[in-house]
Write a protein that binds this ligand. Sequence first.
Ligand code: HSE
Length: 369
Amino acid sequence: MQRVGFVGWRGMVGSVLLERMRAEGDFRGFEPVFFTTSNVGGAPPAVGLDAPPLADAGDLAALSGLDVVVSCQGGDYTTATHGPLRARGWRGAWIDAASTLRMRDDAVIILDPVNRDVIDRAVDAGVRDFIGGNCTVSLMLMVMAGPIRAGMVEWISSMTYQAASGAGAKNMQELVRQMQVLGERAGTLATDPATGALALDSNVQETLRSDAYPVREFGVPLAASLIPWIDKAVADGQTREEWKGHVEANKILSLSPEVPIDGLCVRVGSMRCHSQALTIKLRRDVPIPELEAAIRASNEWAKIVPNEPDATRRDLTPVTVAGTLDVKIGRLHAMRMGKDHVAAFTVGDQLLWGAAEPLRRMLKLWLAR
Ligand code: HSE
């Protein structure tokens, strides 16, 4: 029986992974081993399969005895462990949520609903490193891979609205704490119908600018504001998050020639859904119904929301999409620039298709092969 090691299963992405695996009845037909960086010998999580006490995540000998490692532990762990493990001659499958190995030639970025063919070719060629994509990129491709692969798309500009969860669990907590402090400081100004909007606004601005406002994680207020910068600066004025859009999307779909993808990435006060406003430049005038058909044909999770007010307000929001596997796309319409420019808005849960789900499915694919 194959032995599968899980590292980083207690963190946010790891917890969602285990939750999804339990929900799908995935814990069968293999021997799980749970690793830890802090609690060696502790009790493993209850997954319905017998598992030994927690093993040391830094123990290369223990990791070498596995057929598969699934890591949600983060980039530092990947950097410290993957190379030395391979250097020992380990030939197992490394399935990882971190970005460290993504762009290596000998790694494939996994998003099987849209790139199963790329994954299969990589496996046949001996690739053993399977890396989850950046969440924004994966969520965009879940709805746009169909039109791209049908040759309809010349380029895409994606302006993102990214959730606090993408920055980490502590950031989600800080966002809610920021909201709480705003509410506490506003007191009855937020509820008294006689309050003037300007009085309320100055109270909020004063709170946002006070030295005591909780900004340890984000560095600046997010609640009642936004942050138009994610990750570090790279070349040409882009952030690393923006750079990933083009390079990862083209690698995931193995596109040649490449389809240019670029835009600005912005953090907003959403909890776990990333949204994106897309400008899609088409190679020809594609009627919207034809574009929608290509989106639908790509995979069963891409869901189109009619470009109507009630449907949009009800269905095309982080509130509706959070915790579901649906990736929604709506507001689809030709733009004033010409029928070959189409606007769209998309929303997806960044912890599911954006992080845990491609890993869960890759493990299943690997074990079944
Ligand atoms: N980098 C993403 C973000 C999340 O900051 O929202 C991980 O893919």
